[in-house]
Design a binder for this molecule. Sequence first.
Ligand code: ADP
Ligand code: MG
Length: 331
Amino acid sequence: EDTVARIAAGEVVERPASAVKELTENSLDADASRIDVTVENGGTELVRVADDGHGMSEADLRAAVRQHTTSKIAGLEDLESGVATLGFRGEALHTIGSVSRMTIRSRPRDGDGAGTELVFEGGEMVSVEPVGCPGGTTVEVVDLFYNTPARRKFLKTTATEFAHVNRIVTRYALANPDVAVSLTHDDREVFATTGQGDLQAAVLAVYGREVASAMILVEVDGESLPPGPLESVSGLVSHPETNRSSSEYLATYVNGRAVTADAIREGIMGAYGTQLGGDRYPFVVCFHEVSGDAVDVNVHPRKREVRFDDDDAVRRQVDAAIESALLEHGL
Ligand code: ADP
Ligand code: MG
């Protein structure tokens, strides 16, 4: 593929975590009940996402790596609502495969179709062969950016790249407690959810016992919320004494999608007030339901940052929801 296409791909797939995000989203879209994410050297050497989802036939697989192909119908509301839009529909596999050596093994979960292995290198299909494999799909991405040295140079240390990967997989694991999600880095299992529990169980698997036992239930909707675009706020927030010096443990979602929003973060911090020391942040896993047209898509789709038409109202709503949960616990 030509240089321009490769540079464009480098803009879209910024780092290993971007590949992890797209592949994990595909696995969820394929109705997987388990997703195993394995990375080596922060994902720069290897990203592997294995699922037990509906899988692909040979023809599906050939189509999947073509540019601009998607089997998913993008409805008008999908295109209009930034929360629902994936950054680049029908492009992820092709794009990732144009800046790496990518191998996909897949077999349709239902029916007796055979498995297929497709190898793709730097945007070229190298081989397509039958292979024995379980139902579902495994995508392996090796040597990301091997053909875009400029992009490769921008990668940070293994620790930093892994932190980005961890953050992404954590967000999906917490939002999908009914899917068994595991994350392994350099042969060490970082966490594994069971796929059989609720949000509390997922928090336990991801953050451990100390954090899980400090979580307080938030469940506020309808008339219990001050007026504003949010229809409900629900999830878990930590006792103020269980906090960290980084805001990365604020996992917030709007209509099921992992996003960040200044109004939500400010509402959370407002509810805790002075109970947290300076520059300390609680653990939060909170889901916000909003009617589609109240969200502004105008912020970078890849960054997943959203703004609301009425940020002030959202801030008040989140503040009130979390404050009432803390109050119930005498906080
Ligand atoms: P999109 O997800 O926007 O459709 P992608 O490039 O990510 O675009 O994927 C292209 C197509 O490949 C998908 O529409 C889907 O049909 C198929 N596909 C990708 N990953 C998987 C998977 N893990 N399981 C089953 N099908 C998949
Ligand atoms: Mg996709």
